[in-house]
Design a protein around this ligand. Structure first.
Ligand code: PLP
Length: 464
């Protein structure tokens, strides 16, 4: 059912062989272009970027992507080539403009290139871009204090890394070290990243099965069902499978903005205490304002034992992640602080971006903005649902972690590609479009939201 990529007359290149002169030539060409002010980039250079990117993906990254991405398959001339952006507008290298309703899956919470965050990262780049690995790094320590102040309850100590999956892996190691136990409970359709540790928790066969065996003693149960977690813990105990932690997303993101019942998190807290296992909240997507509170768990006033962060932590500017816990739990990391290390995680530029991102989060009340705009979009989309019940089932989620649900994959894909052809970027691939996530920057203007809603209705009309 994949559409072939049409109108792309690019030549296949010869098999790649070693050529150091060519490596230098190619690298220099792009470095020069990076340094060229945007206004001075010529049309032919733009054309070169668009063509060579497509070709390079085919020859050096993965041809598969070229068949799955709407930004490739639905573009009549050249595939969209990521180039420039600002706030909630994305511009490809050929100057085509899109309203960004995807927000990099939650990465761009403060908007693309928020000036305060970019300025902090640039300034730090000029002072010291990386860490000596021996001297004490002031930004890392300061950011840890700031995050400790931002998090609920007595969360106090943390470790920074580069990606969400690393944060989850670190949290798993901490839970195992602290409890001396091996196992985990996670949820069906849950998403925690794709490194081998985090993948063990993931709730979908398609990504796990070909890689089995993963970590053992990991058990997935239905999401939103506290009884299922309790039953899994009870059974594990009965057969002697020691469980270190329960890893859950406050609201499931990747699964399509699935909210749990209101008593879910308070009950998880009770159950984990009862069975003496750690409650680990994967806030990689829900953290830093996305769902209308600073953290997802804040909706239910629950303090987890460990929290994982990523995506928006770096302010949409630098890759950044981390996991945090209480002083009591963190003590197990003190005798040998080298039990968990990273060379580039929490580097000074990433910390500078994260510190600036926290100032934006609080000063601009990103959580409040998400709550208000989320309610507005839900109300408007529900009105559309009344008018087009054959196309749209409804909308769910909290804050600006929303999912529109369609009767079938096929209708969802048609809506996503209809939006795309009208200049609105959303998620939803050919194989999984029954839910389309709406996850824009929390700073998106009401003007752009209304424009998106108008184009959404145009799309519905065109589908009859
Ligand atoms: C995106 C995501 C991850 C993985 O983050 P990466 O940076 O892609 O490794 C983990 N957990 C959740 C809840 C996520 O949404």
């Amino acid at each position: 059912m994949n559409k072939p990529v049409e109108n792309k007359n690019f030549s296949e290149t010869a098999p790649c062989t070693r050529n150091i002169d060519e490596a230098l030539r190619e690298a220099s060409k792009m470095v020069n272009l990076i340094k060229t002010p945007e206004a001075d980039v010529s049309d032919s250079e733009r054309q070169w970027v668009a063509e060579s990117t497509y070709q390079n993906f085919a020859n050096h990254i993965n041809k598969g992507f070229l068949e799955y991405r709407k930004s490739v398959t639905e573009t009549s001339d050249f595939a969209l080539t990521d180039w420039q952006g600002e706030g909630s507008i994305l511009r490809d290298v050929l100057g085509r403009e899109y309203i960004d309703m995807l927000g990099g899956f939650g990465l761009y919470s403060p908007g693309i290139r928020h000036p305060k965050i970019v300025a902090a990262a640039k300034a730090q780049l000029d002072r010291s871009p990386q860490y000596s690995q021996e001297m004490l790094d002031p930004l890392r320590a300061h950011l840890a204090k700031v995050i400790a102040k931002l998090t609920p309850g007595d969360i106090q100590y943390g470790f920074f890394a580069n990606s969400g999956t690393e944060a989850v892996d670190g949290a798993m190691k901490l839970a195992k070290l602290y409890t001396g136990k091996s196992g985990f409970i996670s949820t069906l359709k849950g998403f925690h990243g794709k490194s081998l540790g985090a993948l063990s928790l993931l709730g979908k066969a398609v990504y796990r099965q070909p890689l089995l065996p993963l970590l053992n003693n990991v058990h997935q149960v239905p999401y939103g069902d506290a009884d299922a977690i309790e039953e899994a813990l009870r059974c594990a105990k009965e057969v002697g499978n020691d469980i270190a932690g329960v890893v859950v997303e406050p609201i499931q993101g990747e699964a399509g903005a699935i909210e749990p019942p209101d008593d879910y998190w308070p009950r998880l807290r009770e159950i984990c205490d009862k069975y003496e296992v750690l409650l680990i909240a994967d806030e990689v997507q829900t953290g830093f304002g996305r769902t209308g509170k600073i953290f997802g768990v804040d909706h239910w006033n629950v303090t987890p034992d460990i929290m994982c962060f990523g995506k928006a932590l770096g302010g949409g500017v630098i890759a950044m992640s981390g996991f945090f816990s209480t002083a009591k739990i963190w003590k197990c990391m003190e005798p040998n602080p080298f039990m968990h290390t990273t060379t580039t995680g929490g580097n000074p530029v990433a910390c500078a971006a994260a510190l600036a991102a926290v100032t934006v989060l609080v000063e601009e009340d990103l959580a409040g903005q998400a709550a208000e705009k989320g309610e507005y979009i839900k109300k408007k989309v529900n009105e559309l649902q009344q008018r087009y019940p054959q196309i749209l089932n409804g909308i769910r989620g909290r804050g600006l972690l929303l999912g529109m649900e369609f009767p079938t994959d096929e209708i969802g894909y048609k809506v996503a590609s209809g939006l795309f052809s009208r200049g609105v970027l959303t998620a939803g691939t050919l194989t999984n479009a029954q839910t389309i996530r709406i996850e824009p920057a929390l700073t998106i203007s009401y003007e752009l939201i209304d424009e998106m809603l108008k184009r959404l209705e145009d799309t519905f009309i065109s589908l009859g």
